[in-house]
Design a protein around this ligand. Structure first.
Ligand code: DCT
Ligand code: MG
Length: 500
């Protein structure tokens, strides 16, 4: 065990003035706590580097404890270092970065903690894993989804499906902490290129708490978890899940209907006291179609339809498929598209014109248009809300089978030759394009962690509109997603690696 009691926080230092060392000891990076390993570094070099870091506003802990976020070592014998670390801090080790001194020197050069990259990491070369476990288990996995590469291949679906049920149930009950914990745990497991087969292989993974591990253990032993089974057979959960599957019905409305004793769609539709709004009416009307997954081929066909519409309005329009399909998903619940034009300001009239065209073509089954409320002078907003302020519309479009390569993804026996599909369009000004593209590409967990990483690790605010540096008090410009990753000091993650 390690001892927190003997680990003083080195926030306020009252050492006597040293003639050689400039006394600029104001802490600039509250969330970063370094620990320099003396082994191989030597006492005097360690003391020199400690003073250097402190003079640049870093917190350097004298004693190793669970407060430490970044361990820096010059020890090239990774195995002995890791052995010592595991003995000293077995529990909090998964949340620490174990780094080569190159990270430290880069950070001193930059005068700020630079982003941790793979080349900085000291990998554990001494796996204490049972036979048959993949050795990648011991590579450091970041607690942030934006520092992990998560493809569509999920090797741990048995666990992540269970966590998703638990998270959703907590969400229905508005219990935020555990909901987020299960989402984070699911996201970590999704990023692993190997399947967890025993609990020992998870000991280096971040974001797996007691409850998550207990569930995993149960699943490993019996194939299912009692808590999950209980939720799945719970009437309230089932009903809320059913109601929220209708377009336009959120958890609040679903809860109200449930409390009113309603349990099925026919209960809702027969209840004369319920006034469905326009969106909900369309949701019920097209329920069969829009609750059915949209295929990649169908998404492409709809992209072409919108492309044709927008090119008829302005030939220099920019159109991008985003959301799940941009991340390489084969199926999605809707089609997400960004449309804009290089002519600043002209994007305002784009969506109304597109909508008009779709209406004339007779394929607009539903439209909820929301004009832009974007105002650069009101940024940065501390309320970094889920929805952005750009002009957008939520549509239901009629898609003809003949327009889809390989045909429609409809139920067997459906001979209509068309189906209804949900399509979302957003139209930011061109200078906001990169932020919108990044924000709408998802996944939700990837976006959440990008924002959290920006805030906690970089003292920056990121949303679909902008990136703001709180230290420099300025907005950082970006024309591509790569620019944004670079501002954040993150390695670029391709869209198909963002399935966190
Ligand atoms: N988004 C977000 N926060 C939200 C809603 C959406 O960051 N509250 C982003 C992430 C994904 C993108 O917008 C599109 O949203 P969805 O269509 O809901 O997600 P998706 O990943 O495209 O999933 P699906 O395949 O089910 O459409
Ligand atoms: Mg989508």
């Amino acid at each position: 065990m390690f001892h927190t009691a003997i680990a003083p926080r080195v926030r306020k230092r009252s050492r006597p003035a040293d003639a050689d060392v400039p006394r600029r000891e104001e802490v600039k990076f509250e969330d970063v706590r370094l620990y320099l390993v003396e082994r191989k570094m030597g006492r005097s070099r360690r003391s020199f580097l400690t003073q250097l870091a402190r003079s640049k506003g870093f917190i350097v802990e004298d004693v190793f404890s669970d407060e430490v976020t970044h361990v820096v070592s010059e020890d090239s014998q990774a195995s002995s270092l890791w052995k010592w670390l595991k003995e000293s801090a077995p529990n909090s080790l998964p949340n620490m970065h174990v780094l080569d001194v190159s990270w430290f020197t880069d950070s001193m050069k930059e005068g700020r903690p630079v982003a941790v990259e793979t080349r900085h990491l000291i990998q554990d070369t001494l796996p204490t894993l049972p036979e048959g476990t993949t050795p990648t288990a011991v590579a450091t996995v970041s607690q942030y989804a934006c520092q992990r590469r998560t493809t569509m291949e999920n090797n741990n679906k048995i666990f992540t499906d269970a966590f998703e049920v638990l998270a959703e149930s907590y969400e229905f009950n508005e219990i935020e902490g555990p909901c987020l914990a299960f989402r984070r745990a699911a996201s970590v497991l999704k990023s692993l290129p190997w399947a967890v087969r025993c609990m020992a292989s998870t000991h280096n993974l971040p974001c797996l708490g007691e409850h998550t591990k207990a569930i995993m253990e149960e699943i490993l032993q019996s194939g299912h978890a009692f808590d999950v089974e209980k939720i799945l057979s719970d009437e309230r959960y089932q009903t809320l899940k059913l109601f929220t599957s209708v377009f336009g019905v959120g958890p609040k409305t679903a809860e109200k209907w449930y409390r009113g004793g309603l349990r099925s769609f026919s209960d809702v539709l027969a209840d004369r006291s319920i006034q469905l709004n326009r969106m909900q009416q369309s949701g019920f009307l097209h329920y069969g179609d829009i609750s059915r997954a949209v295929s990649k081929a169908e998404a492409r066909a709809l992209r072409n339809i919108i492309d044709e519409a927008v090119r008829a309005i302005t030939p220099d329009a920019v159109l991008a498929l985003t959301g799940g399909f941009r991340r390489g998903k084969e199926f999605g619940h809707d089609v997400d598209l960004i449309v804009t034009t290089p002519q600043l300001g002209k994007e305002e009239s784009l969506l109304p014109s597109i909508i008009n065209r779709l209406k004339k073509q007779g394929i607009l089954l539903f439209c909820d248009y929301q004009a832009s409320t974007f105002d650069m002078s009101k940024l940065p907003s501390c309320r970094f809300e889920a929805m952005d302020h750009f002009a957008k519309c939520f549509l239901i479009l009629r898609l003809e089978g003949g327009q889809v390569e390989g045909g429609l993804h409809t139920a067997e026996g459906d001979s209509r030759g068309w189906r209804a599909v949900r399509v979302d369009l957003v139209s930011p000004p061109m200078d906001r394009y990169a932020f919108t593209l990044l924000g709408w590409s998802g996944s939700r967990q990837f976006e959440r962690d990008l924002r959290r990483f920006a805030r906690v690790e970089r003292q920056m605010l990121l949303d679909n509109h902008c990136l703001y540096d709180k230290n420099k008090k300025e907005f950082l410009a970006a024309t591509t997603e790569r620019d944004i990753f670079a501002h954040l000091g993150l390695e670029y993650i391709e869209p198909w690696q963002r399935n966190a």
